[in-house]
Design a protein around this ligand. Sequence first.
Ligand code: CP
Ligand code: NVA
Length: 321
Amino acid sequence: MTRHFLTDLDLSPAEQAEVLDLAAAMKADRYGYRTYAASGHASKTVAVIFDKTSTRTRVSFAAGVADLGGNPLIINPGESQIGHKESVADTARVLERMVHTIVWRTYAQAGLEEMARFSSVPVINALSDDYHPCQLLADLLTVREHCGRTAGLTLAYLGDAANNMANSYLLAGVNAGMHVRVAGPEGYLPDEAIVAAARERAQATGGSVLVTTSAAEALDGADVLATDTWVSMGQEDEKADRAEVFRPYAIDEAALAAAAPGAIVLHCLPAYRGYEISAGVIDGPQSVVWDEAENRLHAQKAIMHWLMDASGLIDAPGSSS
Ligand code: CP
Ligand code: NVA
Protein backbone atom coordinates (compact mmCIF):
# COMPACT_ATOMS: atom_id res chain seq x y z
CA MET A 1 0.00 0.00 0.00
CA THR A 2 1.30 3.43 -0.89
CA ARG A 3 1.95 5.66 2.12
CA HIS A 4 1.37 9.41 1.92
CA PHE A 5 2.16 12.31 4.29
CA LEU A 6 -0.76 14.71 4.00
CA THR A 7 -1.30 15.56 7.68
CA ASP A 8 0.80 15.11 10.81
CA LEU A 9 -1.41 12.22 11.92
CA ASP A 10 -0.55 10.14 8.85
CA LEU A 11 2.35 8.87 10.99
CA SER A 12 1.63 6.90 14.15
CA PRO A 13 3.62 8.00 17.22
CA ALA A 14 6.07 5.11 16.67
CA GLU A 15 6.42 5.93 12.97
CA GLN A 16 7.01 9.59 13.72
CA ALA A 17 9.79 8.61 16.16
CA GLU A 18 11.28 6.31 13.51
CA VAL A 19 11.35 9.14 10.95
CA LEU A 20 12.96 11.49 13.48
CA ASP A 21 15.60 8.85 14.34
CA LEU A 22 16.34 8.46 10.65
CA ALA A 23 16.52 12.24 10.22
CA ALA A 24 19.10 12.45 13.03
CA ALA A 25 21.13 9.64 11.42
CA MET A 26 20.96 11.32 8.03
CA LYS A 27 22.05 14.61 9.60
CA ALA A 28 25.08 12.88 11.14
CA ASP A 29 26.05 11.38 7.76
CA ARG A 30 24.70 13.82 5.18
CA TYR A 31 26.01 12.07 2.05
CA GLY A 32 25.83 8.50 3.35
CA TYR A 33 22.28 7.73 2.19
CA ARG A 34 22.06 7.33 -1.58
CA THR A 35 18.83 5.37 -1.56
CA TYR A 36 17.38 7.17 -4.61
CA ALA A 37 20.29 5.85 -6.67
CA ALA A 38 20.36 2.37 -5.14
CA SER A 39 21.33 -0.90 -6.85
CA GLY A 40 22.79 0.80 -9.87
CA HIS A 41 19.33 1.78 -11.14
CA ALA A 42 18.74 5.15 -12.73
CA SER A 43 18.15 7.80 -10.12
CA LYS A 44 14.66 8.39 -8.84
CA THR A 45 12.84 11.63 -9.64
CA VAL A 46 10.76 13.66 -7.19
CA ALA A 47 8.31 16.25 -8.54
CA VAL A 48 8.17 19.25 -6.17
CA ILE A 49 5.23 21.44 -7.16
CA PHE A 50 4.57 24.93 -5.81
CA ASP A 51 1.28 26.80 -6.05
CA LYS A 52 2.59 29.25 -3.41
CA THR A 53 6.05 30.78 -3.09
CA SER A 54 8.85 29.28 -0.96
CA THR A 55 12.50 29.55 0.01
CA ARG A 56 13.15 26.83 2.62
CA THR A 57 10.81 24.17 1.29
CA ARG A 58 12.00 24.59 -2.29
CA VAL A 59 15.71 24.54 -1.46
CA SER A 60 15.53 21.80 1.19
CA PHE A 61 13.61 19.42 -1.10
CA ALA A 62 15.92 20.16 -4.05
CA ALA A 63 19.07 19.64 -1.97
CA GLY A 64 17.58 16.68 -0.09
CA VAL A 65 16.62 14.74 -3.24
CA ALA A 66 20.10 15.42 -4.65
CA ASP A 67 21.71 14.19 -1.40
CA LEU A 68 19.76 10.93 -1.76
CA GLY A 69 21.12 10.49 -5.29
CA GLY A 70 17.85 11.45 -6.96
CA ASN A 71 16.66 14.08 -9.38
CA PRO A 72 14.52 16.96 -8.06
CA LEU A 73 12.04 18.36 -10.56
CA ILE A 74 10.92 21.76 -9.26
CA ILE A 75 7.71 23.19 -10.72
CA ASN A 76 7.20 26.81 -9.67
CA PRO A 77 3.83 28.61 -9.34
CA GLY A 78 2.15 29.05 -12.72
CA GLU A 79 4.48 26.65 -14.57
CA SER A 80 2.19 23.63 -14.96
CA GLN A 81 -1.35 22.88 -16.17
CA ILE A 82 -2.41 21.65 -12.73
CA GLY A 83 -5.60 23.15 -11.37
CA HIS A 84 -6.40 25.56 -14.20
CA LYS A 85 -6.08 23.46 -17.39
CA GLU A 86 -6.06 19.94 -15.97
CA SER A 87 -7.64 18.23 -13.00
CA VAL A 88 -5.64 17.05 -10.01
CA ALA A 89 -6.71 13.46 -10.75
CA ASP A 90 -5.39 13.58 -14.34
CA THR A 91 -2.17 15.19 -13.13
CA ALA A 92 -1.67 12.38 -10.62
CA ARG A 93 -2.33 9.74 -13.29
CA VAL A 94 0.43 11.23 -15.45
CA LEU A 95 2.98 12.02 -12.74
CA GLU A 96 2.81 8.58 -11.10
CA ARG A 97 4.10 7.05 -14.36
CA MET A 98 7.15 9.33 -14.43
CA VAL A 99 8.22 10.21 -10.90
CA HIS A 100 8.72 8.32 -7.64
CA THR A 101 7.29 10.85 -5.18
CA ILE A 102 5.08 13.94 -5.54
CA VAL A 103 5.69 16.86 -3.16
CA TRP A 104 3.07 19.60 -3.40
CA ARG A 105 2.60 23.03 -1.76
CA THR A 106 -0.94 24.17 -2.44
CA TYR A 107 -4.03 25.86 -1.01
CA ALA A 108 -6.82 23.32 -0.35
CA GLN A 109 -6.10 20.16 1.63
CA ALA A 110 -8.76 18.47 -0.54
CA GLY A 111 -6.45 18.84 -3.55
CA LEU A 112 -3.71 16.88 -1.78
CA GLU A 113 -6.19 14.20 -0.79
CA GLU A 114 -7.32 13.89 -4.41
CA MET A 115 -3.72 13.71 -5.63
CA ALA A 116 -3.02 10.90 -3.15
CA ARG A 117 -6.19 9.04 -4.13
CA PHE A 118 -5.04 8.81 -7.75
CA SER A 119 -1.30 8.33 -7.14
CA SER A 120 0.52 5.04 -6.67
CA VAL A 121 3.63 6.94 -5.52
CA PRO A 122 3.86 8.80 -2.19
CA VAL A 123 2.37 12.31 -2.00
CA ILE A 124 3.88 14.73 0.53
CA ASN A 125 2.18 17.91 1.77
CA ALA A 126 4.72 20.73 1.49
CA LEU A 127 2.20 23.15 3.12
CA SER A 128 -1.50 23.60 2.56
CA ASP A 129 -3.95 26.10 4.01
CA ASP A 130 -4.57 23.56 6.80
CA TYR A 131 -1.25 21.84 7.67
CA HIS A 132 2.54 22.09 7.36
CA PRO A 133 3.62 18.60 8.48
CA CYS A 134 7.15 18.69 6.99
CA GLN A 135 7.87 21.80 9.05
CA LEU A 136 6.77 19.98 12.19
CA LEU A 137 9.18 17.11 11.59
CA ALA A 138 11.97 19.69 11.44
CA ASP A 139 10.66 21.42 14.57
CA LEU A 140 10.46 18.18 16.54
CA LEU A 141 13.98 17.21 15.46
CA THR A 142 15.13 20.61 16.72
CA VAL A 143 13.36 20.13 20.06
CA ARG A 144 14.97 16.71 20.44
CA GLU A 145 18.41 18.19 19.75
CA HIS A 146 18.07 21.06 22.21
CA CYS A 147 15.94 19.44 24.94
CA GLY A 148 16.94 15.79 24.56
CA ARG A 149 13.34 14.60 24.14
CA THR A 150 9.86 15.66 23.13
CA ALA A 151 7.56 13.61 25.40
CA GLY A 152 6.38 15.45 28.47
CA LEU A 153 7.57 18.89 27.32
CA THR A 154 5.17 21.82 27.07
CA LEU A 155 5.02 23.72 23.78
CA ALA A 156 3.21 27.05 23.61
CA TYR A 157 2.20 28.42 20.21
CA LEU A 158 0.99 32.03 20.14
CA GLY A 159 -0.59 34.02 17.32
CA ASP A 160 -2.85 32.88 14.49
CA ALA A 161 -4.14 29.74 16.18
CA ALA A 162 -6.37 28.92 13.20
CA ASN A 163 -3.58 28.60 10.62
CA ASN A 164 -1.65 25.67 9.17
CA MET A 165 1.20 25.90 11.71
CA ALA A 166 -1.15 25.94 14.70
CA ASN A 167 -2.95 22.87 13.39
CA SER A 168 0.28 21.03 12.76
CA TYR A 169 1.69 21.94 16.19
CA LEU A 170 -1.44 20.48 17.76
CA LEU A 171 -1.33 17.21 15.82
CA ALA A 172 2.41 16.57 15.54
CA GLY A 173 3.07 17.86 19.04
CA VAL A 174 0.70 15.47 20.79
CA ASN A 175 1.86 12.69 18.47
CA ALA A 176 5.30 13.26 20.01
CA GLY A 177 3.84 13.18 23.54
CA MET A 178 4.00 16.93 24.12
CA HIS A 179 1.61 19.15 26.05
CA VAL A 180 0.55 21.59 23.35
CA ARG A 181 -0.98 24.94 24.25
CA VAL A 182 -2.23 27.24 21.51
CA ALA A 183 -3.27 30.82 22.21
CA GLY A 184 -4.91 33.30 19.87
CA PRO A 185 -7.72 35.83 19.78
CA GLU A 186 -11.38 34.86 19.56
CA GLY A 187 -12.18 34.08 15.92
CA TYR A 188 -8.66 32.80 15.25
CA LEU A 189 -8.73 29.56 17.24
CA PRO A 190 -8.37 26.08 15.77
CA ASP A 191 -11.25 24.16 14.28
CA GLU A 192 -13.05 21.88 16.76
CA ALA A 193 -12.41 18.81 14.57
CA ILE A 194 -8.66 19.37 14.74
CA VAL A 195 -8.72 19.91 18.49
CA ALA A 196 -10.74 16.71 18.89
CA ALA A 197 -8.31 14.74 16.69
CA ALA A 198 -5.38 16.10 18.72
CA ARG A 199 -7.07 15.21 22.02
CA GLU A 200 -7.74 11.69 20.82
CA ARG A 201 -4.12 11.16 19.75
CA ALA A 202 -2.91 12.71 23.02
CA GLN A 203 -4.69 9.96 24.96
CA ALA A 204 -2.41 7.41 23.29
CA THR A 205 0.83 9.34 23.90
CA GLY A 206 0.42 11.03 27.29
CA GLY A 207 0.32 14.47 25.67
CA SER A 208 -2.41 17.06 26.15
CA VAL A 209 -4.08 20.02 24.46
CA LEU A 210 -4.97 23.47 25.76
CA VAL A 211 -6.70 26.06 23.57
CA THR A 212 -6.98 29.51 25.10
CA THR A 213 -7.33 33.22 24.34
CA SER A 214 -4.90 33.97 27.19
CA ALA A 215 -1.29 34.35 26.08
CA ALA A 216 -0.21 34.27 29.75
CA GLU A 217 -1.95 30.94 30.34
CA ALA A 218 -0.19 29.39 27.34
CA LEU A 219 3.22 30.81 28.17
CA ASP A 220 3.35 29.96 31.87
CA GLY A 221 6.44 27.77 32.39
CA ALA A 222 6.48 26.45 28.79
CA ASP A 223 9.62 24.66 27.60
CA VAL A 224 9.23 25.53 23.94
CA LEU A 225 7.72 28.72 22.47
CA ALA A 226 6.58 28.91 18.87
CA THR A 227 4.96 31.44 16.60
CA ASP A 228 4.35 32.13 12.91
CA THR A 229 3.48 35.06 10.69
CA TRP A 230 0.15 36.70 11.46
CA VAL A 231 -0.55 36.91 7.71
CA SER A 232 -0.32 33.60 5.91
CA MET A 233 0.03 33.28 2.14
CA GLY A 234 -3.32 34.15 0.58
CA GLN A 235 -4.35 36.48 3.48
CA GLU A 236 -2.38 39.56 2.39
CA ASP A 237 -5.54 41.72 2.13
CA GLU A 238 -6.20 41.28 5.88
CA LYS A 239 -2.76 42.49 6.97
CA ALA A 240 -3.75 45.71 8.75
CA ASP A 241 -6.62 44.14 10.73
CA ARG A 242 -4.51 41.17 11.73
CA ALA A 243 -1.61 43.29 12.99
CA GLU A 244 -4.02 44.87 15.48
CA VAL A 245 -5.83 41.77 16.74
CA PHE A 246 -2.73 39.60 17.19
CA ARG A 247 -0.54 42.15 19.00
CA PRO A 248 -1.10 40.68 22.53
CA TYR A 249 0.21 37.34 21.25
CA ALA A 250 3.66 38.52 20.15
CA ILE A 251 6.68 36.55 21.36
CA ASP A 252 8.79 39.30 22.85
CA GLU A 253 11.05 39.62 25.88
CA ALA A 254 8.09 39.69 28.30
CA ALA A 255 6.64 36.52 26.77
CA LEU A 256 10.00 34.78 27.01
CA ALA A 257 10.31 35.77 30.67
CA ALA A 258 6.99 34.02 31.40
CA ALA A 259 8.23 30.72 29.93
CA ALA A 260 10.49 28.19 31.68
CA PRO A 261 14.08 29.38 32.24
CA GLY A 262 16.11 28.36 29.16
CA ALA A 263 13.01 27.79 27.02
CA ILE A 264 13.78 27.52 23.32
CA VAL A 265 12.04 29.57 20.63
CA LEU A 266 10.88 28.21 17.27
CA HIS A 267 9.66 30.07 14.18
CA CYS A 268 9.14 28.33 10.84
CA LEU A 269 10.18 31.53 8.98
CA PRO A 270 9.80 33.85 7.15
CA ALA A 271 9.68 36.06 10.28
CA TYR A 272 8.42 39.61 10.66
CA ARG A 273 10.47 41.22 13.42
CA GLY A 274 8.41 43.64 15.49
CA TYR A 275 5.18 41.79 14.69
CA GLU A 276 4.81 38.14 15.81
CA ILE A 277 8.34 38.05 17.26
CA SER A 278 10.72 40.73 18.54
CA ALA A 279 14.18 41.13 17.03
CA GLY A 280 15.67 40.62 20.49
CA VAL A 281 14.04 37.19 20.84
CA ILE A 282 14.58 35.79 17.34
CA ASP A 283 18.17 37.01 17.25
CA GLY A 284 18.79 36.16 20.91
CA PRO A 285 20.40 33.17 22.64
CA GLN A 286 17.19 31.18 23.18
CA SER A 287 16.23 31.22 19.50
CA VAL A 288 16.91 27.95 17.62
CA VAL A 289 15.36 29.06 14.35
CA TRP A 290 18.44 28.51 12.17
CA ASP A 291 18.83 24.93 13.39
CA GLU A 292 15.10 24.54 12.76
CA ALA A 293 15.49 25.82 9.19
CA GLU A 294 18.44 23.49 8.52
CA ASN A 295 16.48 20.57 9.90
CA ARG A 296 13.96 20.87 7.06
CA LEU A 297 16.65 19.26 4.89
CA HIS A 298 17.32 16.30 7.17
CA ALA A 299 13.70 15.71 8.19
CA GLN A 300 12.45 15.75 4.60
CA LYS A 301 15.16 13.37 3.40
CA ALA A 302 13.99 11.05 6.16
CA ILE A 303 10.27 11.28 5.35
CA MET A 304 10.91 10.86 1.61
CA HIS A 305 13.01 7.75 2.21
CA TRP A 306 10.63 6.39 4.86
CA LEU A 307 7.53 6.71 2.66
CA MET A 308 9.24 5.08 -0.31
CA ASP A 309 10.48 2.26 1.89
CA ALA A 310 7.10 1.78 3.61
CA SER A 311 5.44 1.72 0.17
CA GLY A 312 7.86 -0.97 -1.07
CA LEU A 313 9.45 1.38 -3.61
CA ILE A 314 13.07 1.50 -2.34
CA ASP A 315 15.49 -0.98 -3.90
CA ALA A 316 18.02 -1.18 -1.10
CA PRO A 317 17.24 0.35 2.31
CA GLY A 318 19.63 2.20 4.57
CA SER A 319 23.03 3.80 4.29
CA SER A 320 25.38 2.91 1.48
CA SER A 321 28.37 3.78 3.67
N1 CP B 1 8.96 27.57 6.62
C1 CP B 1 8.73 27.46 5.30
O1 CP B 1 7.99 26.59 4.82
O2 CP B 1 9.41 28.36 4.54
P1 CP B 1 9.20 28.61 2.98
O3 CP B 1 7.83 29.21 2.81
O4 CP B 1 10.29 29.58 2.59
O5 CP B 1 9.30 27.31 2.25
N1 NVA C 1 1.43 30.15 7.97
C1 NVA C 1 2.42 30.49 6.95
C2 NVA C 1 3.55 29.52 6.99
C3 NVA C 1 4.69 29.86 6.05
C4 NVA C 1 5.78 28.84 6.04
C5 NVA C 1 1.76 30.53 5.59
O1 NVA C 1 0.95 29.65 5.29
O2 NVA C 1 2.05 31.46 4.83
